[in-house]
Design a binder for this molecule. Sequence first.
Ligand code: PLP
Length: 333
Amino acid sequence: MNYTKFPRRGYLQGATPIEPMTKLSKALGMDVNLYVKRDDLLPGASGGNKTRKLDFCIADALTKGADTIITCGAVQSNHCRLTASWSAKEGLECHLVLEERVKGSYKEDGSGNNFLFELLGVKSKRVVPGGSDMMAEMEKTAEELKENGKKPYIIPGGASNPIGAMGYAVCAEETMAQLNEMRLQIDHIIVPSGSAGTHAGMAVGMTGTNANIPISGMNVSRPKDVQEEIVYNLAAQTADMLGVKSGVARNDIVCYADYVGPGYSIPTESMIEAVKLFAGEEAILLDPVYSGKAAAGLIDLVRKGEFAKGANVLFLHTGGSPALYAYLDTFRS
Ligand SMILES: *Cc1c(COP(=O)(O)O)cnc(C)c1O
């Protein structure tokens, strides 16, 4: 793939590790070999997947002369934390619009990512009710800032537009280069599927490199069909932007909605088990909202015998561990 015509800041410091999860694989007792791609270790305060997307999005903002970034997310948004993080590094103002998706979940003095927003110097935070038109809300903030002489740039939720999704096409290519170097044949890849840029970008990158490795997305909020359509549309636009002539096949976009539970960010028993297993067996910290539910899906598919004996399965760890500290009671009880 050729990324050279797209501005990019260079936030990555080489490839994130791919590690075997030998103890966890053994604990599941199904003769499936689990591996993890450690995007939780990406640069940016506390790491995580949004750094790859912001590498392109913030470069675009700077190219367009912005001095201020506006973005949005849920009350414990990792994307907002990383946008604040890179904005701080770049000397850009950062303004957040937070969507209270679960009524009463916003706490002014909340822990986890909410605490880090303050520490990372976010200029303003505005909380709006769940279901609000977030783009319209961010445009409102942009108008106010423009009246005060600022040059704001809006990054959509999760940085999931084609510019941001390119960051995960990069990740797919990086992963293939590592697997070829390691001579490690992976049979299946599991990714979380939220605002969809991660899943869509991976699908584009894997298609563009002719990797022929199936990818399954684990939903964190939406029904299967709805999420697959969102991922597919974003993948199609991203493939188009990168000149992937074949496009992405609709059949290659597969999502599972079985591990969402009662809703976005609401804890489930299987998420709690997954977080405890990854911590106890591999000393890897997941998060309650994304990677914990995605890992719950991975574990369930392994136990149900969805993967052949001896199969090698790669889990993309997208980060998010600061949110754990906003869920202490969930894990202690
Ligand atoms: C945003 C996020 C995801 C989901 O990625 P999308 O590109 O929004 O689908 C997964 N894990 C963590 C920790 C995240 O913050």
